[in-house]
Design a protein around this ligand. Structure first.
Ligand SMILES: *[C@@H]1O[C@H](CO)[C@@H](O)[C@H](O)[C@H]1NC(C)=O
Length: 379
């Protein structure tokens, strides 16, 4: 099902073309002739929260760093007004939520900045330098950060970009985690956040306008799991593109146990990637499988509880990883979303080869409250 992805692209395309009076594809090519190296006064850095894991024999840690660099945007009430008009033309009431709309769409208009490197500090660990960002302004690198005094608590990663009058700090949270113990991987849309991905108009509204709303009972369940699994490592794995990261991150940090969110690279600057995003049904599936494999390469000895829903490919993704690496996946929970494909055949096919005792499809989070994941009681 590509409903959600299609919607996002259509909505963004509608807004984009209306704001810029310019049909997609946009040719917002990165500007090539400005210097490479440390950020300039005109650059902005979005640093993502990063997992860190032990490497080698000792306590040495490696951080998995991701960032997006772009030309600094001037907050403009003109763009804000045009966005509101474009969304209201789709028959969606913006009301007093123009702020949400602007915040959630502004990175789609950002002009990527390539060739940027940054110096980063992690409180109590070694400083390091990462570079340089790709043509699309993105970077993903592993960086050695030392032993950090042997502690595995969350820390701040920070850097600075020069400003016109004073320097502008940017920061994210580093989440180091023990090689053993439990981890939880959770999907976001329609698993922990009401997204209405199956109702087009509602979905656009949930995505761009409404304050993000937690799925009933899920914050309580996650808080309970956080205690029962002995402070597991939390990861939020979503098919959403990185442009939506800031607002989703804020929502998760307010309502759920904190952990890095893994988002997709989506560059709306070329036709190829738009088409791939929209038409390739396996896109989210393949991306999620690849990200699960990456997590396993960071934490090969951990055991994971994976939680998702029935709207997209979560059952298929988690089952595939459980077949490949039975010891890595402790339990799989799938939230049944009304009007998605909830047929017995779908789940039987998805979970073929995965022991019945490992997975459960649920409607109410209360069905899970009594289960003891730590001892392998998944259903
Ligand atoms: C995202 O883009 C960066 C920079 O080009 C790349 O290193 C990384 O592998 C990409 N990640 C995914 C999931 O495609």
């Amino acid at each position: 099902m590509y409903t959600e992805r299609l919607l996002r692209v259509v909505a963004v395309a509608a807004i984009t073309s209306s704001v810029l009076s310019n049909p997609i594809p946009l040719t917002r090519e990165p500007i090539e002739n400005i210097p490479r190296g440390l950020p300039l006064v005109t650059d902005e850095v979005l640093l993502f929260d990063a997992p860190a894991f032990r490497t080698g024999e000792g306590n040495e840690l490696t951080a998995s760093i991701r960032m997006f660099t772009h030309i600094r945007q001037i907050d403009s009430s003109i763009i804000s007004g045009a966005l509101t008009t474009a969304i209201e033309a789709l028959g969606i009431e913006v009301g007093n939520k123009a702020g949400n709309l602007f915040e959630r769409t502004k990175l789609f208009f950002a002009i990527p900045r390539s060739g940027i490197e940054v110096d980063l500090n992690v409180a109590g660990c070694d400083s390091f330098n990462v570079g340089d960002t790709s043509k699309g302004g993105l970077l993903e690198r592993n960086a050695a950060i030392g032993a950090c005094g042997g502690a595995l608590s969350p820390r701040t990663i920070s850097g600075v970009a020069p400003g016109f009058f004073s320097s502008r700090p940017f920061e994210a949270t580093l989440f180091p985690s023990h090689p053993n113990g439990f981890g939880v991987v959770s999907d976001v849309d329609d698993t922990i956040k009401v997204s209405n991905v199956l109702d087009k108009k509602q979905a656009v509204k949930s995505l761009f306008i409404d304050d993000h709303e937690a799925v009933g009972g899920m914050p309580e369940l996650y808080s309970q799991l956080d205690g029962e699994l002995g402070n597991p490592a939390w990861f939020y794995l979503t098919g959403s593109p990185y442009q939506l990261y800031p607002s989703l991150r804020k929502f998760i940090f307010e309502k759920y146990p904190k952990g890095p969110m893994i988002v997709q690279n989506l560059t709306l600057t070329d036709v190829q990637s738009i088409l791939k995003f929209v038409l390739d049904d396996n896109n989210v599936r393949d991306y999620k499988i690849a990200q699960m494999e990456k997590l396993r390469s960071f934490y090969p000895q951990k055991k994971f509880l994976t939680i998702g829903d029935s709207t997209q490919a979560d059952p298929e993704v988690y089952a595939e990883i459980a077949r490949r690496h039975p010891d890595f996946i402790q339990c799989i929970w799938i939230r049944k979303v009304n009007e998605a494909d909830n047929s017995d055949e779908r789940f039987a096919t998805a979970f073929k080869g995965v022991p019945q005792a490992k997975w459960k499809v649920f409607t109410e989070p209360s069905e899970l409250a009594e289960l003891d994941v730590a001892t392998g009681k998944c259903n």
